[in-house]
Design a binder for this molecule. Sequence first.
Ligand code: ZN
Length: 251
Amino acid sequence: MELPDPEPTAHKQVVGVDVGMRYFAVASSTSNKTLFKSGKAPLRKAERYANARKSLQQKGTRSAVRRLVALSGRERRFIAETNHAIAAEILSRFPNAFIGVEELTGVRDRTERRSRKGSSEKTRKANRRRSRWSYAELLSFLAYKAPLRGSMVVKVDAHYTSQTCPRCGHCSRDNRPQKGLMFVCESCGYQLHADLVGSRNVGLRALVVRQDWAATGCLSCTPDVSDAETKAERLKRYSELRWSPDTSPRL
Ligand SMILES: [Zn+2]
């Protein structure tokens, strides 16, 4: 299908999408619209598939292997269908949007680091469950469907998106008391659902990408991670970002 090249002025809103386990996707726009897609039911179903797969693997008979192949196909299709549905819902809720998503390598690093330092059974279980879902697939569906809805997807740094206060910029691990559902800023007391904080920070960073695009006429769809200096510069700019409903840009 032939589609026109996107322009920085073509989008009516900037949206951030945060992916994770509790909610597969939390999307929020600069005009304060939000969408939460729970991962609870699909993860439970994926876990049932994984358990069935495990017991067939242990059996190891020829008929078990045959059933295993069929089951793996069903499992893959279930994950893909769910991801398609979530991507479609995000795009229909936020039409003509400039959408920021996290560069997923950062997220994976975080998980690995946590599992290396002799973590609890609970964390290991959470990591296993996390790896059972393909967030990369979800984001790639979102990216390829977006132009059909007049939208486009860019990747932004995921560093500290869950620890940075969108109101005052204070960044600390302790902004998440007991790693709970609530984000509570140590510095200014700002409180918000933790996953929504992540999504707002991703949205703010997408706004930076869009401003650069409008100013320079050239668009980078993925952050340049090769150069430490560029990265430090980018993180410094992010640390100056502030969320406020009244300073949302008029696009
Ligand atoms: Zn704060």
